[in-house]
Design a protein around this ligand. Structure first.
Ligand code: ATP
Ligand code: MG
Length: 326
């Protein structure tokens, strides 16, 4: 089976003149090599295509694949994660992971929460600050949490995300609006424990690979699993397996969210408890980080006895079953 591999290699975008910040979510060589070599070990023939531009060139040349392993995050526009799967759909080439609708929706955390709320899944109330003047419309109880509406990998998330007064809300929103040029999502700060849930499969075949608690150590940036805590996780974060009752609650919220949103083949759902002891949906990552060593999904799978190779096999088996059922 000939598998194309689409990805955003950070160094390729840096070489095109984009900045460190703009390319922060993109993958390093070690991640791409780790994925490609694992797929090869699983017996697949891998053709490294690269990003959207490289895919376009190859398609125009007439190249085709049986299936494409797609982890492109994209560079421009609110549908940037959806662009590669949309193009592949147009050429009738099947791919691993979710479809354009899911990838465009879930990049927008506000829109995603509307769908989640509509399905009756617990998620914190929220307000959207698109321009600074909107902060007067925020009618939520402090402390609040603010973040860019459509970023990932902890971009724009720091201690400054937790705000306790209108003055701080104003300052943090101003900073985020000026830095990320997109609306700010404002939510009540969920003060309870935090978990991330790994899922593989599609619709009724979706299942949890593990739930892990994210425990911030004393030297971590306080209260948030921020960009700097993620980058220095070896010193600042402890990842733990958890008791059965909490695990079941997290699994239920995560699996329901994953299925309602229509995610395919694999992903990760982030969860935090509120002050009433309810597990709340924070966000879903339908293109989960897949560095074999450092990314959360491989880490949590490993914690539950699932190697990176086994994880990749589960994801591929799900994608191939979809292709066969068409
Ligand atoms: N409402 C909230 N209350 C408390 N903490 C929150 C809230 N929303 C987000 N956080 C904290 O901020 C972190 C990052 O938020 P979120 O998962 O939305 O961002 P992200 O950058 O998309 O993350 P990822 O790296 O998983 O892609 C969470 O893991 C959590 O620690
Ligand atoms: Mg997250």
């Amino acid at each position: 089976m000939k598998i194309g591999f689409t990805f955003d290699l950070r160094s390729a975008w840096l070489a095109m003149g984009y900045s460190e910040e703009e390319t922060a979510e993109f993958d390093k060589e070690s991640t791409i090599d780790g994925i490609a070599s694992t797929l090869e070990e699983l017996g697949y023939e891998i053709d490294r295509i690269g990003n959207l531009h490289q895919l376009l060139e190859r398609l125009t040349k007439g190249d085709r694949w049986d299936l494409v392993f797609n982890i492109c995050e994209g560079m421009h526009g609110v549908a940037r994660e959806a662009q590669v799967p949309a193009l592949l759909d147009a050429y009738r080439i099947p791919y691993v992971f979710s479809a354009p609708l899911v990838l465009a929706l879930t990049l927008d955390k506000g829109m995603t929460k509307r769908v989640i709320r509509d399905a009756g899944i617990p998620t914190a109330d929220f307000s959207i600050v698109a321009v600074l003047n909107d902060i007067w419309k925020v009618n939520l109880k402090y402390p609040l949490f603010v973040k860019p509406i459509a970023e990932g990998s902890g971009k724009g998330i720091s201690e400054r995300s937790v705000v306790t007064s209108t003055e701080e809300l104003h300052k943090s929103c101003e900073y985020l609006l000026n830095t990320f040029h997109q609306p700010v999502l404002v939510e009540p700060f969920l003060g309870g424990r935090e978990f991330t849930v790994g899922i593989v499969g599609t619709s009724d075949k979706a299942r949890v690979t593990g739930v892990m608690e994210i425990v911030l150590l004393d030297n971590a940036e306080k209260g948030v699993y921020s960009l700097s805590n993620k980058e220095q996780y070896e010193d600042r974060v402890q990842y733990l397996k958890i008791d059965d009752i909490t695990r079941k609650q997290c699994e239920n919220v995560a699996l329901e969210a994953y299925r309602v949103l229509g995610c395919e083949d694999g992903g990760r759902v982030d969860i935090r408890y509120d002050s009433t002891g309810e597990a709340n949906f924070i966000e879903v990552n339908p293109l989960p980080g897949l560095n074999p060593v450092h990314s959360d999904l491989p880490i949590l799978s490993r914690l539950h006895g699932i190697s990176f190779s086994e994880l990749m096999k589960m994801i591929m088996d799900s994608a191939i079953a979809k292709v066969r059922s068409v």
